[in-house]
Design a binder for this molecule. Structure first.
Ligand SMILES: NC(=O)c1ccc[n+]([C@@H]2O[C@H](COP(=O)([O-])OP(=O)(O)OC[C@H]3O[C@@H](n4cnc5c(N)ncnc54)[C@H](O)[C@@H]3O)[C@@H](O)[C@H]2O)c1
Length: 269
C-alpha cells in the first residue's frame, strides 16, 4: 500500500522545479498524475519523457478557460480529482521599491499577482466541486518571503503573503470536505523561477544565479545546510495531498532548512 494509491493528483506549474519534483514523487507514491504547465517546450519534453503515464496539458493558470479545459481532460481521463497541488509562480527579480519605475508598477503588480495569486484562486474555484466529491485536498505554494524580508522584492513578497492568507480562507470555506494547506519553501535547487515580462526579465531564471555563490550563501544561513531539491519536498506535499492528512487544514508549513530560525547571525556550525 502506497501513500497515494487511488489518488488522482493535479500539479499546476509542474513543468520544472518544485512542481515537477513533487509530481514525480506523487507518481512514485502510486498516484495518477496530471500536470498543467504554460511553457509549450516543457510540455513537449514532459509528454515525451512520461509517455501516456502522465496527463501533461499546456495552459495558463491566469486563464479560466485553460483551467476548464484541464478539468474536462481530467474528468475524461480519470473521472475524479483527489488533490490540487499549486506550484506555479514567477519572481520579481528582487527589485527594490526605489528602483522600480513608477510607470511599471501597474503591469508588474498585475503580472505577478495574476500568476502567483489569481492562478490559485481560479484553480480552487474550478476544481472545488471535484475535490468536494472526493473529500480531497488543496496544497498551495507560498515562500519564506511571506514571513521575512529579503526573500524577494515587494511584489513577489506581497503575493506570497496573500497565498498564506488565502489558504486560511479556502480551508474555512471548503471545510469539512476539502483540506487546504500550503508549503513555504526557502531556496530550491534547480529552480527555473523566471522574472516578469513587465521588467523585461522573462528570460532571467533563478538557475542563472552562479550556483556556487547561491549555494555558499544558503549554506551560511540555513541550519540544515543542503539546498533541497524539488524531490526533497515531495514527501511533505504528498502527505498534505493525501487522505492520510486528517489533522491539518488552513496551515502553512515552513519548509526552510531552518533558515528563519535565527535570531543572531553567526555560523551555525
Ligand atoms: N525557487 C525558490 O527558491 C523558491 C523558494 C520559495 C518558493 N518558491 C515557489 O515555488 C513554486 C515553484 O517555483 P520553482 O522554483 O520550482 O520555479 P520553476 O519556474 O522551476 O517552476 C514554476 C513553473 O510554473 C510555470 N508557470 C509559470 N507561470 C505559469 C502560468 N501562468 N500557468 C501555468 N504554469 C506557469 C513555469 O513555466 C514553471 O514550469 C513557485 O510558487 C515559487 O514562488 C520557490
Amino acid at each position: 500500500m502506497q501513500l497515494l494509491d487511488n489518488h488522482v493528483v493535479l500539479v499546476t506549474g509542474g513543468g520544472s522545479g518544485l512542481g515537477l519534483g513533487v509530481a514525480r514523487h506523487c507518481l512514485a507514491e502510486g498516484a495518477r498524475v496530471a500536470i498543467f504547465e504554460v511553457s509549450e517546450s516543457k510540455v513537449r519534453q514532459l509528454q515525451e519523457a512520461f509517455g501516456p503515464d502522465v496527463l501533461v496539458m499546456q495552459g495558463d493558470v491566469t486563464r479560466a478557460a485553460d483551467l476548464q479545459a484541464c478539468r474536462a481532460a481530467i474528468v475524461e481521463r480519470f473521472g475524479r480529482l483527489d488533490a490540487l497541488i499549486g506550484a506555479q509562480g514567477i519572481f520579481d527579480g528582487n527589485l527594490p521599491l526605489r528602483e522600480t519605475p513608477l510607470e511599471r508598477v501597474d503591469s508588474l503588480f498585475d503580472e505577478i499577482f495574476h500568476v502567483n495569486v489569481k492562478g490559485y484562486i481560479l484553480s480552487a474555484h474550478i476544481f472545488a466541486d471535484l475535490l468536494e466529491a472526493s473529500q480531497g485536498a488543496i496544497v498551495l505554494t507560498t515562500s519564506t518571503a511571506a514571513y521575512a524580508a529579503d526573500g524577494g522584492g515587494m511584489v513577489y513578497t506581497a503575493t506570497k503573503g496573500a497565498v498564506r492568507s488565502l489558504v486560511g480562507q479556502l480551508a474555512f470555506e471548503l471545510a469539512p470536505h476539502v483540506r487546504v494547506n500550503a508549503v513555504a519553501p526557502a531556496g530550491i535547487a534547480g529552480s527555473q523561477l523566471r522574472g516578469p515580462r513587465a521588467l523585461g526579465l522573462e528570460e532571467q531564471k533563478q538557475s542563472d544565479i552562479p550556483k556556487d555563490a547561491f549555494l555558499s550563501m544558503f549554506k551560511s544561513l540555513s541550519l540544515l545546510q543542503e539546498l533541497p531539491t524539488p524531490e526533497d519536498h515531495g514527501p511533505l506535499y504528498a502527505f498534505l495531498a493525501s487522505r492520510h492528512n486528517k489533522i491539518m487544514t488552513g496551515q502553512t508549513v515552513v519548509a526552510d532548512q531552518g533558515l528563519l530560525n535565527r535570531a543572531v547571525l553567526k555560523a551555525p556550525h
